[in-house]
Every structure is written in structure tokens, then in C-alpha cells.
Design a protein around this ligand. Sequence first.
Ligand SMILES: NC(=O)c1ccc[n+]([C@@H]2O[C@H](COP(=O)([O-])OP(=O)(O)OC[C@H]3O[C@@H](n4cnc5c(N)ncnc54)[C@H](O)[C@@H]3O)[C@@H](O)[C@H]2O)c1
Length: 311
Amino acid sequence: MIESSTGSKLAIVGAGSVGSTLAYAALIRGLARSVALYDINSVKVRAEALDLRQGLQFVPAAHVEGSDDVQVCAGADIIAVTAGAKQQPGQTRLDLAASTTKLMRTLMPQLVEVAPDAIIVMVTNPVDVITYVAQQLTGLSPHRLFGSGTVLDSARLRGLIASRCGIAVQNVHANIVGEHGDSEIPLWSTATAGTIPVTELIDEAERAQMAHDVVHAAYEIIDGKGATNYAIGVSACRILEAVLRDEHRVLPVSTRADGHHGIEDVCLSIPSVVGASGIERQLHVPMSEEEIAGLRASAEEIRAVARSLGF
Ligand SMILES: NC(=O)c1ccc[n+]([C@@H]2O[C@H](COP(=O)([O-])OP(=O)(O)OC[C@H]3O[C@@H](n4cnc5c(N)ncnc54)[C@H](O)[C@@H]3O)[C@@H](O)[C@H]2O)c1
């Protein structure tokens, strides 16, 4: 096994659509000196690692390894967990959550054993429930283990606002909070495009349509090609980069709510400052009464799923 002697080591668990695209994005961005892929599917993980390795001439210097042995993750500075099962026909979201939770019971202790100092970012769905479960299973601080949350959903919303207003997406600030899923809440009251409040640029009916489109954004992609991978690949890479480069970047990641607005003992997305130690702090972003009520309802939905799984 090649161990990076300089620079950071990124381990990605699950070399499926999301994990392998995340590895590709990380290599292109020069995020880590060593990228390790771990998957129980030995043929797949070997093939993905070989394919990535054959492009190393064209990206910043890095090593790539792939293995079905969890030791490939040894000593990682940061781990992204994308391992999961695809939803089978007839299987409910709750069934999927139960089988994913079972997988995490075996996987998480192994990861902590081989990489005890790593920051761990959960991407596997249902990400808020799985982040909570993984925290309980490992006992790791919520600062060190958190979820990709609504970073992708917020990017989708920003993209819609940007094209509607003719303003670069980088100049749009808008966050989705709560669940990465149906009960998520767009924070319109603080959304801006080119510093102008979005509520002054886009009427309520159109904003509601945008919120609906974001919640349903993945379905057309999954219908068309079976999985989403590019946008989640770069979104997850953005989160890892904030940690490895100690950027103190504000990102709506899934974290254990700190009791603000009476919400606690649940993981959900809240704009948080992300840096070398993981989540440095949660921001108490101003919200309208309606947004607070929506966030509380979203927390209840996530908590109910976690409780039904015994967590
Ligand atoms: N949070 C987000 O915004 C977001 C976005 C897209 C996808 N996802 C989620 O990411 C996960 C992965 O999606 P995908 O499309 O890459 O699925 P996929 O089926 O293509 O890949 C999953 C991989 O995990 C591997 N795996 C299963 N059990 C494992 C274990 N115990 N240890 C190591 N590897 C294991 C499988 O062999 C497979 O290669 C899913 O849960 C999906 O819902 C999350």
C-alpha cells in the first residue's frame, strides 16, 4: 500500500456513482495527496482506482489506491462515506434507511479504528438520519462527524435563482435548511442575488415553484441515468476542501442541532462554519416565524425516522 508521506489523505468509502465521481473531483482540484477508495465490491473498486490512476499525469500530484480491505483508509485525515444500497423496487425509504443503518453498524467502528483522527463526512442517504446514527455508533463529536446535508440542495436553489435573475450563481446567497429531502426549507428571508433580497426580485408563487423544483431535482436525473453524481461529487468535494484547507466556509451541512429555536437531539442542515476541526460553529441565521416552524417540522420528521430505527 502506498502511504502519502506529505499532504493529506482522503478516504472515500463506496466507489459507486457518488464515491468515484467525488474521487475524480478531488483529484482534479488537487484536494489531497493520497486518495483511497474502499468498497466491498472488489472488482468495482479496483477498476475505479485503475481508471483514476491512469489520469494522474494530468492532475496535481497524487496517489490513488482502491481496495476491498478497510485498511486502505488507514491514517486518513478525512473520510467521505458514500457507501449505501440503491433503493430496490417495492422498498420504502424507511426500509432503505433500516438496511443502511445495519451497514453503518459494521462500517463505522472499523473506520474509527483505522483512522482514529479523521474528520468524517457522511453522504449516504437518508443523510440526516445516517449522520445521527453514525454519531451514536462512533461516539465522535458532532464537530468531527457531520453530513453533506443541503449543500447540494442549496446549490440547486442558487442555480435557479441565478438563471432567473441573470446574476452569476457565485453572487447568489441562499440556503436550504432542515432535512436533505422532502421537508427541507428554503430561507427566502435572507436570500440575496447581487446583494438584493430575492423576495424583491421573485414573487411568492415563483419562489414556491423553485422550492418544489429543488425538492424534486434528483428524480429526473435518476430517471434518465440511474443516479446523480456530478453535482453531489463537486458539492461534497467543496465540503472536504473547507476542512482540508481550513477555510472557515459557511456551508449548510447536517449537524447535531444545538438547541437554538428549541431544536436539539437531531441532525439536520444549518449554515455552519466549516474548517480544519470540522464544524467550528453553527450560525444562528435570522429566520421568519414561518421558516422556524418549517425547520421544527423538518426536525420532527427526521427524528421520527431515527426513533423508528431505534436511535
Ligand atoms: N447527500 C446527498 O446529497 C446525496 C446525493 C446523491 C446520492 N447520495 C447517496 O449516496 C449514496 C451512494 O449513492 P451511489 O449512487 O453512489 O450508489 P451506488 O450503488 O452507485 O454506490 C454505492 C457503493 O457502496 C458500496 N458499498 C455497499 N456497502 C458497503 C460497505 N459496507 N462498505 C463499503 N462499500 C459499500 C457498494 O458496493 C457500491 O459500490 C446513496 O445513499 C445515495 O442516496 C447522497
